[in-house]
Design a protein. Structure first.
Length: 106
C-alpha cells in the first residue's frame, strides 16, 4: 500500500467539472496479491454546493484528475461519495489509474 498527498484535484461529471478546494487530500493505492485498487480521502472541502450536489444524486460516477505534491499527474474513473456534514469526500477508484507507476517517485 502506498499513499500520496495531493496538490490539486478535479472531478468531471455529466453535469459539469469542478476543481475541488480542500485542506488535505490523500491518494492511497493498494496493489497486493494481484489486486489493484485506489481511493482518495478528501478533507476540508469548502465547496458546499458541490458536496450537496453529489449528496442529492444517484449518479456519482466521475473522472478524476489529480496532481501529487511531487508533480505526478494521474487520471481515472471513480465514484464520488460526499460527506457534507464533515466537509469531506471519499473518492473510490474504478479500474486503472492512468499515470500511476508503483516504482516512480511521489
Amino acid at each position: 500500500m502506498k499513499s500520496y498527498d495531493l496538490a490539486s484535484l478535479s472531478v468531471t461529471h455529466s453535469a459539469g467539472s469542478w476543481k475541488l478546494p480542500f485542506a488535505r487530500a490523500k491518494l492511497t493505492v493498494v496493489q497486493e496479491y494481484g489486486t489493484f485498487l485506489w481511493y482518495i480521502d478528501v478533507e476540508g472541502v469548502t465547496d458546499e454546493r458541490l458536496l450537496s450536489f453529489f449528496a442529492g444524486t444517484e449518479e456519482i460516477d466521475v473522472i478524476v484528475e489529480a496532481t501529487t505534491i511531487g508533480g505526478r499527474r494521474l487520471q481515472g474513473d471513480a465514484y464520488f461519495h460526499p460527506n457534507p456534514r464533515h466537509k469531506a469526500a471519499a473518492i473510490r477508484g474504478q479500474g486503472e489509474l492512468q499515470g500511476y507507476s508503483p516504482n516512480a517517485d511521489r
